[in-house]
Design a binder for this molecule. Structure first.
Ligand SMILES: Cc1ncc(COP(=O)(O)O)c(C=O)c1O
Length: 371
């Protein structure tokens, strides 16, 4: 019956009304489910478990009714202007892609067309390296990590030859979650971009701000070779809708645009426009991520398990067990963790789920490692 509010739902509404004015609008009310009925928890793809925001969903619903029209161009221009404004550059510095992966791939394409070799860290996000190698037949030189698993900027710079035309830096890096020292990265970018393209992937930018990390957008000038990519897939929780962007000089942007598929969609763009204006949802997602990370790192500290200080929504931890064994073992405990990252196969990349779900990782870890 419509007006028959149960005691339970009354109490839930009460909590929403009085308990958590900020948090309640975003948390779903899930009924109690026993462990054996529970779907495995996704801790493998660095997704935002709360997204898309309510405001983004509303924008999507509105956009459904214009899905028969080619209005994605209008939406793309609106999103371009918004991103330009938020990053203090003119709109001709911005390129919108079908996810940031399109930007990564097309940068690799550009480099391949120029017959350039590429330099990339040994341990990093693979998309650009794979596209360069497989689609463009590009030689990709992989540079070993420092002992502390940071990207070795010195070694990267000294590995440049006359054939190198692009260098890839993911900051904060995936899968380590580590952020580079801002001053060192800035000097590196200034020096190296005099000669070749420096591609900085800032997919986790929003999670990292104000935590010993700095964006390199302030280095983008009227005519230099730095490309910075960002995505709506992470803190904005829009991974399935495929929206990403690049910030570069207008010259590089206009070349990148010639290679794009032109396959943006109006629903994704409208969601992104709404989400990038929705500061509250971003703050909420970051706060929840910090809580989830603390639940895991407290547990790892207690157990003496080594992990890297994360500036992202995932943690790279050394379980000491081969990931090929660890991954299926954790799945039995209802948690899906990240793929292998050779040669660091005794490590695991763990993406944050909701704070209340992280206990399932901690409990699973205890069981799996005690065998
Ligand atoms: C470092 C990094 N760059 C880029 C991407 C791709 O994101 P998008 O969904 O925008 O293609 C990811 C996705 O996990 C990532 O981790």
């Amino acid at each position: 019956m419509k007006n028959n509010i149960s005691r339970k739902s009354f109490l839930r509404q009460g909590t929403a009304l009085f308990g958590g004015a900020l948090i309640a609008p975003y948390t779903s009310l899930t009924p109690f489910i026993s462990e054996s009925q529970r779907e495995p928890i996704r801790m493998m793809y660095n997704e935002n478990p709360y997204g898309p925001s309510r405001i983004a969903k509303k924008a999507m619903q509105k956009a459904f009714s214009e899905s028969n029209l080619y209005t994605m161009r209008i939406a793309r221009n609106e999103f371009t202007d918004l991103i330009a404004d938020q990053n203090n550059v003119d709109s001709d510095h911005i390129t919108i892609g079908f996810g940031s992966r399109e930007i990564l791939n097309k940068a690799a394409m550009m480099n391949g067309i120029d017959n350039g070799e590429m330099i990339s860290p040994q341990l990093t996000f693979e998309a650009i390296n794979q596209y360069a190698k497989k689609a463009m037949n590009t030689k990709v030189k992989r540079i070993a990590m420092r002992n502390d698993l940071h990207i070795d900027l010195e070694k990267m710079a000294s590995s440049i030859t006359k054939n190198t035309k692009m260098i890839y830096i993911c900051n904060p890096n995936n899968p380590t979650g580590l952020a580079l020292d801002s001053n060192e990265l800035e000097s590196f970018c200034k020096e190296v971009s005099k000669k070749i393209v420096v591609f900085i992937d800032e997919a986790y930018h929003e999670y990292a701000i104000g935590d010993g990390y700095n964006t390199m957008t302030h280095l983008i000038g009227a005519d230099n070779k730095i490309i910075i990519s960002r995505t709506a897939s992470k803190v904005h929780g829009l991974a399935g809708l495929r929206v990403g962007y690049a910030i570069s000089s207008p010259k590089v942007a206009s070349r990148l645009k010639t290679y794009l598929n032109g396959s943006l969609n109006v629903v994704g763009l409208r969601a992104a426009i709404a989400s990038y204006r929705d500061d509250k949802f971003q703050a909420f997602s970051i706060e929840k991520n910090n809580q989830a990370r603390k639940i895991v790192t407290d547990h790892l500290d207690k157990r003496g398990i080594v992990y890297l200080p994360s500036h992202t929504n995932f943690i790279f931890l050394k379980t000491g067990m081969e990931i090929q064994k660890f991954q299926p073992a954790m799945k039995k405990h209802g948690v899906i963790v990240g793929r292998p990252f050779p040669p660091y196969t005794a490590w695991c990349r763990l993406s944050m789920a909701k704070p209340e779900e992280m206990k399932f990782f901690n409990q699973g870890l205890d069981k799996v490692l005690s065998v």
